[in-house]
Design a protein around this ligand. Structure first.
Ligand code: F6R
Length: 242
């Protein structure tokens, strides 16, 4: 695992956007795995800024998001679909038919999980997967205890994950308690992985990931079984590790 320590959230966002841009500019066809939540917002802002200033094109980029809430249609403003359209897809003009997000409003959720997993298997895993990390060590919405062999599946979110994401819902009663997520083995198919962590709240998760053993109790520890993982973390997040 390569660890890049940066001063703060801003620098983390700049460095990660740079790595993503290098990939976009160096390949004729690129597949990106994308995350939502607070952590990658700065990275997406940097990508949008670069697109506006330098005109970087995304015609050859295909994207695969990690997860989506069960019960939210893509048109729902609180869905991850809407988040991605607002923060990245529309501003950098990625053709929308080249973007993929699990359909949390599918009638047959199990079939939807299989469809999504097959999509990723067919491309042999994404070229570069962007990840955040949950305070309990989750990646995607793979909560502690998820088997490392898991593929895209339906998950019951833990109280700590629901609490951490509550701020994104205007009405807490409408916050979905289930999600569809790429599994750990789906994520590990990625050719390269970039995990971002910023701030005090991620200290324990990073400590368990970097100093602890490989265990299903800490989903992110599965990344130690992958040979091309880069972690970009700020000094606050790395405080217990240093
Ligand atoms: C989001 C995702 C989650 C988040 C994690 C951290 O697509 O899969 O694993 O990366 O919950 O969330 P933030 O960045 O909001 O702290």
């Amino acid at each position: 695992m390569k660890i890049i320590e940066v001063a703060d959230y801003k620098e983390m966002s700049r460095v990660s956007a740079q790595i993503i841009l290098e990939k976009i500019k160096s390949q004729e066809h690129v597949t990106l795995g994308l995350a939502t939540g607070g952590t990658p917002l700065g990275t997406y802002k940097e990508l949008v800024k670069d697109h506006e200033e330098n005109g970087t094109r995304y015609d050859h980029v295909h994207t695969y998001n990690l997860d989506e809430y069960v019960g939210l249609a893509s048109s729902d403003p609180e869905s991850y679909h809407a988040y991605m359209c607002e923060h990245l897809f529309h501003p950098v003009h990625i053709p929308l038919d080249q973007t993929n997000i699990p359909n949390g409003a599918a009638e047959e959720l199990l079939q939807e999980c299989m469809r999504y997993d097959t999509l990723i298997e067919n491309i042999g895993g994404v070229d570069l997967q962007l990840l955040g990390i949950g305070q309990n060590g989750h990646i995607g919405f793979n909560e502690p205890g998820t088997p490392f062999s898991s593929k895209t599946h339906i998950v019951d979110l833990t109280p700590s994950t629901l609490e951490a994401n509550a701020e994104y819902f205007a009405d807490r009663c409408k916050q979905p308690t289930r999600a569809l997520t790429m599994g750990i083995s789906t994520i590990l198919q990625s050719k390269e992985i970039l995990l971002l962590a910023s701030g005090e709240k991620k200290q324990e998760a990073l400590f368990h990931l970097l100093r602890g053993e490989v265990t299903e109790a800490v989903p992110a520890s599965a990344l130690k079984m992958h040979d091309r993982v880069t972690i970009i973390a700020d000094s606050q997040a790395l405080k217990l590790v240093n």
